[in-house]
Design a protein around this ligand. Structure first.
Ligand code: GLU
Length: 486
């Protein structure tokens, strides 16, 4: 690899929410920059104005921030090589395209979309590799004048010489492309807008990027980018080092795709995955720290990340593993951190409005659910019983407390609970066990299920006695009284 100070970039085209594959790339880029003490550059590739929207750009920026993947150069923070939105650099690409035309590295191509389709059709019929057939490579002045007279508009196409391109990929080793399969390619559309291959190559050079770590889907565009470097007159030692990361496959072995809801990072955020969990899990998708640990902090990732430890075979996305890691990360939070993450879920679900008293109660309740959840979006259902204004027992649970045995449990509990003087879970448990289990001889499951339903409204709740403590004596008594009349 190059001995220059590392600069690695993450360069998404935000045509939708960033997905798992993008973020795995961003994470590896970031970790590589941090590990080497280099620069992490963030560039927005928004030249395709038909598909990129300002909302998606903002969402990409927010997602990186949310994940803690802070960048040294890019949108909002600026830097010496800006602007970092390609839509603000159009004149730069136009200048280079003109230079390539002047140097005869590129040429104007007047073929219409219909003519190009006819060429492809013929290639398919003849079973030869599809691609531009070089029709406009060497047009005479008369031919050009004739095309112009017909009112045809031209694209700018790069001339791809015969031969091969070979480069050493830091993950895959030496890779060679035969130009038979890399036809002359478009740099600038007829409307003057640049294509990805032109913009990405020009920017990587002008922004002094030393390393391009990106998804394997872009491997085949590398010879074209190298062709642009050549036309720019870049010296071989100034080419960035390429490292193509293995695909992330879905559980079913199909490629994860943007059209699939579960791949969007926004979705994981809404479901209550913590950024540390997502980063931890994605770090292990295609990379390993050198041992079989599954818990990797951001700090450890930056210490241990090397491209040599990236695998070249595809990684399989495993939702169960992500859930397990998320549960671990939730359990590792302090109560204050847990509170900070949980409150937005409770307010969004309409469980609380956010008053000091509510927040205080949530904080007291969190220790009893911290062990039990794997995602933050489980908290509203678990804590709802503490905040409902008009308490009601779940429809499917009513029948379970309407029989005479349950009524007996509730009647006796009511009597015992009215006389508890210190309302804490140990006293509540002691009193109820003595009365219901020892005295009445009931099975704990029978006795406590009825109480759980009567006080929390559901058969599923956090631990019963702790829940009752949080509810308070008078609320428990009034709920049990109400349950008796159901
Ligand atoms: N903008 C490209 C994309 O999102 C990636 C550019 C690159 O990493 O070379 O697909």
């Amino acid at each position: 690899m190059s001995s220059k100070k590392v600069k690695v970039r993450f360069a998404p085209s935000p045509t939708g929410d960033l997905h798992v594959g993008n973020i795995r790339t961003a994470l590896f880029d970031w970790a590589f920059a941090r590990h080497t003490g280099g620069t992490f550059l963030f560039r927005i590739e928004d030249t395709d104005t038909t598909r990129v929207t300002p909302e998606y750009i903002q969402a990409a920026i927010d997602t990186l921030k949310w994940l803690g993947l802070n960048w040294d150069e890019g949108p909002e923070v600026g830097g010496p090589n800006g602007p970092y939105l390609q839509s603000q650099r159009l004149d730069i690409y136009a200048t280079w395209a003109q230079k390539f035309l002047d140097q005869k590295d590129a040429y104007h191509c007047y073929c219409s979309p219909e003519e190009l389709e006819a060429v492809r059709e013929a290639q398919r019929a003849a079973n030869v590799a599809p691609g531009y057939n070089g029709h406009c490579r060497d047009l005479t002045a008369e031919q050009i004048a004739a095309y112009k007279a017909q009112g045809r508009e031209a694209v700018v196409r790069m001339r791809m010489p015969d031969g091969t391109t070979t480069f050493t990929d830091a993950i895959r080793g030496e890779v060679t492309f035969d130009h038979k399969f890399v036809p002359d390619f478009v740099l600038v559309r007829a409307d003057g807008s640049p294509l990805y291959t032109l913009a990405v190559a020009v920017d990587d050079i002008l922004m002094e990027v030393t390393h391009v770590l990106r998804g394997e889907d872009l491997l085949s565009s590398t010879p074209r980018q190298i062709r642009v470097y050549q036309a720019m007159g870049v010296k071989l030692e100034d080419y960035p080092t390429f490292a193509h990361l293995p695909f992330v496959m879905g559980q079913d072995n199909a490629k994860l795709s943007k059209r699939n809801g579960e791949v969007s990072i926004a979705w994981y955020r809404e479901q209550g995955y913590l950024p540390e969990a997502i980063c931890n899990y994605l770090a292990l998708l295609g990379w390993s720290p050198g041992d079989d640990r599954e818990n990797v902090t951001m700090q450890e990732l930056t210490e241990l990340f090397t491209v040599e430890k990236v695998h070249s075979s595809p990684a399989r996305f495993d939702m169960k593993k992500l859930e397990a890691i998320n549960g671990d990360k939730i359990r590792a939070l302090t109560i204050d951190e847990f509170l900070r993450w949980t409150l937005p879920f409770l307010t969004k679900a309409g469980i609380i409005t956010g008053t000091d008293a509510e927040v205080e109660l949530v904080k007291r309740a969190l220790p009893i659910i911290q062990e039990r959840i794997v995602k933050l979006d489980e908290t509203p259902a678990l804590l709802k019983f503490l905040f409902v204004k008009e308490f009601a027992v779940d429809a499917d649970a009513v029948a379970k407390i309407s029989d005479s045995a349950s009524k007996d449990v509730l009647k006796r509990s009511l009597k015992e609970l009215e006389s508890v003087s210190t309302w804490d879970h140990t006293s509540i448990e002691a009193v109820l066990r003595a009365a219901l289990i020892e005295d009445m001889g009931l099975k704990p499951r029978i006795a406590f299920t009825a109480l759980r339903i009567a006080t929390t409204g559901s058969t599923i709740s956090p631990p019963l006695f702790e829940s009752m403590e949080l509810l308070g004596q008078s609320t428990c008594i009034s709920r049990i009284t109400a349950a008796l009349s159901l």
